[in-house]
Design a protein around this ligand. Structure first.
Ligand code: GUN
Ligand code: FE
Length: 467
């Protein structure tokens, strides 16, 4: 092949270059498109100006005129869109993989609030957040939605770290002031204090001199209804309307949470958030395991989407999110790792669990029941193409961002997978000869390990990669 080989040649900045690669993506739910030998024309700002398929006149002409702009991916590698993680608690990274032995409301009090309180120390925050952002980029999470803590300085620092590391991110300063559900040493002193802090963080992110292209954006972040007074929820709703900043919070995650809102407000969690003006376009509600059909319709109408967090749900929810039903009702859905309620810091693992959870919802789990009575939800399964779509375009659509697909007009946020990488998880790749695109995507979904991720780009700039 001609051109520069990019595997092993950092920095690999692709802005202004013409990349030739074999690519796969899932541009629509359940659909896989292979772009073998295609040319990806990346403009000087990191947008995909054109995607030219092999065998077309346009491809031949672009190749002939490319000159020094051409960069060719090594033979055998596969280009994919970057992954979107819709729900991450950045401060919980130090307890990843531990402390999942208690129900949600006890887990918060016993482990999580004491850990989050430590982010009053910005030096500690800097160490954790720096490591987290680097680790997430290296597994291919090019877009992240972060909950931080109630600390303004540490939250601003998380946004700064995303900016300097090159990650696309939404960052929320957590608001929580309810004296009955939040401990005295980890809660906002008043609704006014939480609102002032939220405003300060929004201004910091929007006015940051390195953020001219708004690659990092603020979110308004009530922790969840149980942790917030009505005055705070109303204030945050008004602030969202005033600033146009989208909202992220938790909704109908567990029976305890779901029942708490019914007891307090005599309506569902979704109806309550809506009443406070917190269901807004581009907003993300995590979990939603216990959403009713009318809750789902209401969210879809408001163009608020769900972060499906199947790993976390196995520990805290007591139910499986009815993903197929939600998608069928037109609700926007993407995936959330829910670090650290979910014990894996990667969307790859989350996508695999989304597949498994949907299969088990369909098959049922009680061996005492006969097979024809065992299913909890017929036709609940999803395929690998849908799982990958959720991890990329599905999540991007919830946020309203032009990422998640390898198509003209999108930002060039992408990964290069090397199936032959030593210590990778794709040893069987190619042993059986040429395969249909959906089979190749299945293998990638189940087998990709960190060592297989040779390069990661956001806006065409190299931000991570094994080599
Ligand atoms: N609900 C309120 N806070 C949290 C949290 O930190 N994690 C999860 N999974 N649910 C929550
Ligand atoms: Fe969460």
């Amino acid at each position: 092949m001609t051109g520069n080989d990019i595997s092993g040649t950092p920095p690999g900045d692709l802005r202004g270059r013409l990349l030739r690669a074999d690519a796969l993506h899932a541009p629509a739910m359940g659909e896989v498109e292979a772009l073998d030998g295609a040319l990806f024309d990346i403009d000087g700002t990191g947008a995909l100006a054109a995607v030219l398929r092999a065998g077309t006149d346009a491809h031949a002409q672009a190749l002939a005129g490319a000159g020094g702009r051409l960069v060719t991916a090594s033979s055998g590698t596969v280009l994919l869109p970057g992954l979107v993680d819709l729900h991450i608690h950045a401060p919980q990274y130090p307890q990843l993989g531990t402390a999942l032995d208690l129900p949600l409301e006890e887990w918060l009090m016993e482990y999580t609030f004491p850990l989050e309180a430590r982010y009053a120390d910005t030096a500690f925050a800097g160490r954790v957040y720096g490591q987290l952002v680097r680790d997430l980029l290296s597994v291919g999470t090019t877009t992240a939605v972060y909950f931080a803590t109630i600390h303004d300085a540490a939250t601003c620092l998380l946004a700064d770290i995303c900016l300097s590391a090159g990650q696309r991110a939404f960052v929320g300063r957590v608001a929580m002031d309810h004296p009955d559900t939040c401990p005295p040493d980890y809660r906002d002193d008043s609704p006014a204090a939480a609102l002032a802090g939220t405003r300060a963080v929004i201004a910091h992110i929007r006015d940051h001199p390195d953020n001219v292209d708004a690659r990092v954006r603020p979110m308004i972040c009530p922790r969840f209804v149980p942790a917030c007074t009505d005055a705070l929820l109303a204030g945050l709703g008004a602030l969202a309307a005033e600033t146009g900043v989208p909202v992220t919070t938790h909704v109908s995650e567990s029976d305890w949470e779901h029942d708490h809102v019914y007891d307090r407000h005599a309506m569902s969690d979704t109806e309550s958030l809506d009443r406070f003006g917190l269901l807004r376009p581009g907003s993300v509600l995590a979990h939603g395991c216990l959403l009713s059909e009318s809750d789902m319709r209401r969210m879809a109408e408001r163009r608020t989407g769900v972060a499906h967090c199947p790993l976390s749900n196995a520990y805290f929810a007591g139910a499986v999110f009815p993903l197929r039903k939600a998608l069928g009702l037109g609700l926007g859905v993407g995936l959330g790792s829910d670090i650290s309620g979910g014990p894996a810091a990667t969307v790859w693992e989350t996508a695999r669990q989304a597949l498994v959870a949907a299969r088990m919802l369909e098959s049922g789990t009680d061996p005492e029941l006969p097979p024809d009575a065992r299913s909890a939800c017929p036709e609940a399964r999803i395929d690998a193409a849908t799982a990958f779509w959720l991890a990329t375009a599905g999540g991007a659509d919830v946020l309203g961002l032009p990422v998640g697909r390898l198509a003209p007009g999108q930002r060039f946020d992408a990964l290069l997978i090397d199936p032959a990488a030593r210590l990778g998880g794709l040893a069987a790749w190619g042993l059986s000869g040429p395969e249909a695109p959906v089979r190749r995507l299945e293998r990638l979904l189940y087998g990709t390990a960190r060592a297989n991720i040779a390069a990661v780009w956001v806006d065409g700039a190299r931000v991570a990669g094994a080599s």
